[in-house]
Design a binder for this molecule. Structure first.
Ligand code: BGC
Length: 473
């Protein structure tokens, strides 16, 4: 079914603005490689450089690690506490509890407001799952802290917060050591736990996937840990001589895990596509001008890009005109207020093939209280697909580039390359993973070899990864 001419023209223009072609992917991969080197060199963090943070983990697990550890994970809307018993044979036993972070603690004055809450949940977890009398009197339990925000990490158990992302905003915590903040609040509560390691969720995902991967069975080496969820980021193992900014490398270390913070790739927009909608979304965020790559890819932003695009088309008189009149001059608040359109809703819109897109209509009615005409539903689906396709293709750029960068580390074996992935977008968004793989093929990072790249879901890797970090402390 065709759209009215004016609407069709407007949608085509937007689709063109969002379209990523093969040449772009190859050029952007080249630029990403340069951005990695620049970040590994720059002694100080700046908006211009991708952070490329040394994680102070110099070994990738073999699967033989053993012992009981605690892990705590702060990264999005939930705080997870787990205890992990590593069995030393690629397997583990895990107990965990999830606690929703009260929204008022995501944006608050004092760092201790949030960190005392986190400490109290660790205490509750121990009461529920462990013999607290024993915990009190034994050696302190070692805890690995997964903290998924940009941190300037100076040792395995030390790191100061560079800035908040993903909707958190607690200025008092910036420039402070997040391990100290958690430890101090545990001490106040007399919880017998020692925070020994700090890890980004992507570092955790890399380590936990490597622990679980038995290369003899999968014929692949784990080379990247990454997240495509509320936010996006990735970690990989870099050769020590390629990290000039590391002034004091651990003795005998061949390499080190790097938390790239690729969300901040190209903050100065030298190469990233930039539409009017991207600009509007960036202005709405607390970290304006930062993490611009993330703002084109990850779950927190996909729905918001769609929402502002729809509002723009409304302003131009192209959609929702009847509805506006019927409601006496307003639109439903869930479409006019920022951040209320969840990526999950987009995933249903993406695949609806019912007659007249009726399913999609029901979903918009249920989630946004938004009645739509058939034309409007076509517009919404086409925009959704344009936004998600761009996101998936952009996601391939760091993955393919890192594979290309590390391929020489594995030149003496014939194994394939696997990427451990976690996060709602890569796991659940229809077609996202497949679209990433197609774009990786275009960049063709393993040209000249018979090796392949696999994306493997590494569920809840960050907890096990934090335990593995604690095991190294
Ligand atoms: C953070 C990263 C994190 C990623 C995925 C980003 O916003 O800056 O540290 O790894 O989200 O959770």
């Amino acid at each position: 079914m065709s759209l009215p001419d004016k609407v069709e023209l407007a949608i085509r223009q937007i689709e063109r603005d969002f379209y990523i072609d093969d040449d772009y992917l190859i050029k952007a991969s080249e630029y990403f490689l340069q951005a990695m080197d620049a970040g590994l060199k720059a002694p100080k963090q700046s908006r211009e450089n991708m952070p490329m943070i040394p994680a102070h983990v110099s070994k990738i697990p073999t699967g033989k690690e053993k012992g009981l550890f605690l892990a705590a994970d702060l990264g999005g809307t939930n705080f997870r506490v787990c205890s992990i018993d590593l069995k030393g044979d690629h397997t583990f036993e895990l107990k965990q509890s999830k606690y929703r972070i009260p929204p008022e603690l995501m944006k608050c004055k004092k760092a201790d407001d949030l960190f005392s809450y986190l400490a109290s949940k660790i205490e509750v977890f121990l009461e529920e799952h462990h013999d607290t009398a024993k915990v009190k009197t034994s050696e302190p339990l070692k805890l690995g802290f997964t903290f998924s925000f940009p941190v300037d990490q100076t040792a395995l158990g030390k790191g100061t917060l560079i800035r908040w992302t993903k909707g958190f905003d607690i200025p008092d915590a910036v420039d402070r050591d997040v391990v100290d903040l958690l430890q101090a609040n545990l001490t106040v509560l007399e919880v017998n736990v020692k925070v020994v390691a700090l890890a980004n969720d992507t570092v955790g995902t890399l380590l936990s996937r490597a622990y679980q991967n038995d290369p003899k069975l999968t014929n692949s080496n784990t080379v990247i840990g990454c997240i495509f969820g509320t936010g996006t980021n990735g970690a990989y193992y870099e050769t020590i001589t390629n990290i000039p900014k590391l002034t004091n490398p651990p003795k005998a270390a061949q390499g080190m895990v790097i938390n790239t913070e690729w969300g901040s790739f190209d903050n100065t927009l030298k190469i990233l596509p930039n539409t009017l909608f991207d600009e509007i979304v960036d202005k709405e965020t607390a970290n304006k001008g930062y993490h611009l790559f993330e703002k084109r890819i990850s779950g927190m932003f996909l729905g918001e890009i769609l929402r502002v695009a729809l509002l723009e088309l409304f302003e131009r008189g192209l959609i929702f005109q009847e509805l506006y009149k019927e409601r006496g001059g307003s639109l439903p608040h869930r479409i006019t207020e920022p951040w209320l359109l969840d990526a999950e809703v987009l995933s249903y819109i993406q695949i609806d093939d019912s007659t007249d897109l009726k399913m999609l209509g029901l979903i918009l009615q249920n989630t946004l209280r938004l009645p739509t005409t058939k034309h409007e539903r076509i517009v919404i689906q086409r925009l959704t697909r344009a936004i998600s396709e761009r996101a998936a293709k952009l996601s391939a750029i760091p993955l393919a580039t890192i594979v290309r960068r590390v391929k020489d580390q594995y030149k003496d074996d014939d194994k394939d390359f696997e990427v451990g992935c976690d996060g709602s977008v890569v796991e659940f968004y229809p077609g996202f993973k497949e679209a990433i793989l197609k774009a990786i093929e275009v960049i063709n990072p393993l040209e000249g070899t018979h090796k392949r790249v696999y994306l493997r879901i590494a569920k809840d890797g960050s907890g096990v990864g934090a335990a593995l970090c604690a095991a190294m402390a």
